[in-house]
Design a binder for this molecule. Structure first.
Ligand code: ADP
Ligand code: MG
Length: 236
């Protein structure tokens, strides 16, 4: 335990929550498949970043996580890699719609996450689709109808697509709210609540934010179950 505390300190990581899994030292410690390890190596990722060291084992254990870390700390892989594992673990079912749903504040951020998710999911036959404004709704509708396992979306356009019945949240069990503080700043709280309300309550929920204003804290308390909080560096 002393060693774990020292290791966390060396990573500039603080955690709160009960039964928090110990941080990993290498991607190999995550039990990833050979296929996923190859995809990670192909990205040139040699070792996990601080947030990845601590968040990966927690998320892989199925727990909800609040991740507080500044930009550039490697949060995307911290939620995308376990999402691939989560999806590969799902039994084949008849239901339609994405299993993993990622909400991000802007189309640029959604697009970046989409590219990162695609890199890791391609070799697994997992289909990723991005849903944000600035593209024809009809085109998006048609493409979504073809089906996918991961949707990366801005909240407003995702709601539009759900309303148009381009997709349902019936199969969704893994929800990520990325840059939650910025989504609130942009006024997306009602859309976020609407999306969350359509996803089964026994889902796994991850919330990432650079800061934790009271409104975001309140949402986190309402929609996450026994979360582990991971804070990196001086933020939060
Ligand atoms: P954040 O979401 O925290 O702002 P990103 O997930 O966008 O950070 O990652 C920032 C950059 O670091 C990206 O270019 C990403 O490809 C890279 N990166 C992420 N994890 C690793 C890693 N383990 N090793 C090397 N580079 C990484
Ligand atoms: Mg990010």
């Amino acid at each position: 335990e002393q060693d774990v505390a020292e290791y966390r300190k060396s990573l500039a990581i603080r955690v709160s929550g009960f039964d928090v899994p110990r941080p990993i030292k290498a991607f190999e410690d995550s039990g990833f498949s050979v296929q996923l390890m190859n995809a990670i190596k192909k990205q040139g990722y040699e070792k996990p970043t601080s947030i990845q060291c601590q968040a990966l084992p927690i998320v892989l254990s199925g727990r909800d996580v609040i991740g507080i870390a500044k930009t550039g700390s490697g949060k995307t892989a911290a939620f995308v890699l376990p999402m691939i594992v989560h999806i590969m673990d799902q039994p084949e079912i008849e239901k339609e719609g994405p299993i993993g749903v990622i909400c991000a504040p802007t189309r640029e951020l959604a697009h970046q996450i989409f590219l990162e998710a695609k890199k890791f999911s391609k070799s697994h036959g997992i289909r990723v689709f991005a849903v944000y404004g600035g593209m024809s709704k009809l085109e998006q509708f048609k493409e979504l109808k073809a089906g996918c396992e991961i949707v990366v979306a801005t909240p407003g356009r995702l709601i539009d697509m759900i309303k148009m019945k381009a997709l349902t949240m019936l199969r969704a069990t893994y929800l990520v709210l990325d840059e939650a503080d910025r989504m609130f700043d942009l006024g997306f709280e009602p859309q976020i609540r609407s999306i969350v309300g359509q996803i089964r309550p026994d889902r796994q929920t991850l919330l990432f934010s650079a800061t934790m204003p009271r409104k975001v804290e309140k949402l986190a308390r309402e929609i996450l179950t026994d979360p582990v909080r991971v804070t990196v560096g001086e933020v939060g």
